[in-house]
Design a protein around this ligand. Structure first.
Ligand code: ADP
Ligand code: MG
Length: 353
């Protein structure tokens, strides 16, 4: 006799799925920052307690959420951003799966305070296991504040595993700060981040990427930053691979660094990891500098034809797949080689003259 197959309870299904979407405080933070950006925010403030495990709070000045939409807010696959599968090809918002808030409501205590411009009052709503639990009217300003408390309180194993990996509050906070600073470089608005016990937040004022990098990495990095720009019109060599543009900043060969800073890549405004590109760029620096001090600061915003990218590879959207990866990595690393050697040639020249 076979084993009896039965459908899992919706609640169990959600909890299993939630563990895949929300894997850590930093990845919850990424989802919440992306929601704020999708809502058109120009100011995003992050407060956390105990590395985000006790509290993760994101306040934005975006569109806000209508009272009518609150019952659907934490339903799985409920989204205001797409309606057909084909929309994924042209989706311009960072979110589209309608899973983040749902997942958070299954692994933490979630409350949302929000106000739209057409309403005179704000609403505070609490959620649990996909459901709206309570609402209350209160005074407030336009925008949304999402508070996530006691993350993974109901998944003790996950909590324990994450906690034992990094044992100091400082290390956890650094990861949170890393996420905030990456988005701050890419997006022009003001970002700030603090721990509850800090009297002042770390503020990254609105401005272009280079100014943000100055604030984040300091003057030493800033004065060695080279601009990197590629623009390919339709029909130009390289454009056949779907590459439209690259813009960013990289440290020059005059900046030997023993400290490794992960390269920052955005593809079509999405924060992604791209190992082949990291490897290729690392090799360029290593070929031109002593290996032990060849760490560079690299920020690249890459624009590809949207029909060439699959954004729906992974629930956390950490990866995207795109066509002609090798060719595109080649074009970018060749350009980096050119800019680096050009700037070091001109330095030699100015020393000689
Ligand atoms: P997704 O972003 O994939 O749509 P989420 O679960 O992250 O799914 O969010 C569900 C919906 O809640 C969004 O589609 C959006 O309409 C609304 N929302 C979430 N966060 C915000 C926010 N900070 N400001 C305004 N609306 C928001
Ligand atoms: Mg989202």
């Amino acid at each position: 006799m076979g084993n009896k197959i039965k459908l899992l309870d919706q609640d169990v299904v959600h909890k299993i799925a939630a563990g895949e979407v929300i894997v850590s405080p930093t990845n919850a933070l990424k989802e919440l920052i992306e929601n704020s950006l999708d809502a058109g925010s120009s100011s995003i403030q992050v407060v956390c307690k105990d590395g985000g495990f006790k509290l993760l709070q994101i306040t934005d000045n975006g569109n806000g959420i209508d009272d009518d939409d609150l019952p659907l807010l934490c339903q799985r696959f409920a989204t205001s951003k797409i309606s057909a599968f084909e929309d994924l090809e042209t989706v311009s918002t960072l979110g589209f799966r309608g899973e983040a808030l749902c997942s958070i409501s299954h692994v933490a205590h979630l409350s949302v305070k929000t106000k739209v411009s057409t309403s005179s009052t704000a609403t505070v709503a609490t959620f649990g296991d996909s459901k709206l639990l309570s609402t209350k009217k209160c005074a407030g300003v336009q925008g949304t504040q999402v508070s996530v408390e006691d993350m993974f309180y109901n998944i003790p194993l996950r909590l324990k595993a994450l906690r034992s990996k990094s044992n100091s509050d400082g290390a956890e906070y650094q990861k949170i700060l890393d996420v905030v600073t990456k988005y701050a470089i890419m997006y022009p608005g003001t970002f700030s981040c603090k721990r509850v016990q800090d009297s002042q937040p770390f503020v990254i004022p609105a401005g272009p990427p280079k100014e943000k990098m100055k604030r984040i990495f300091g003057a030493g990095v800033f004065k060695n930053l080279l601009d990197l720009n590629i623009e390919l019109a339709d029909g130009e060599p390289g454009s056949e691979f779907g590459l439209k543009a690259v813009s960013g900043c990289i440290t020059s060969l005059n900046y030997p660094s023993k400290k490794s800073t992960p390269y920052i890549f955005f593809i079509n405004k999405r924060l992604v990891s791209c190992d082949p590109l990291s490897r290729a760029i690392r090799k360029v620096y290593q070929d031109h500098m002593p290996k032990s001090s060849s760490h560079a600061v690299v920020f690249l915003s890459i624009e590809l034809k949207s029909e060439n990218i699959d954004v729906n590879v992974h629930p956390t959207k950490r990866e995207v797949r795109f066509l002609y990866e090798d060719e595109i990595v080649d074009i970018i690393s060749q350009k980096i080689t050119k800019e680096l050697t050009k700037s070091s040639d001109s330095r030699d020249y100015s020393v000689q003259s």
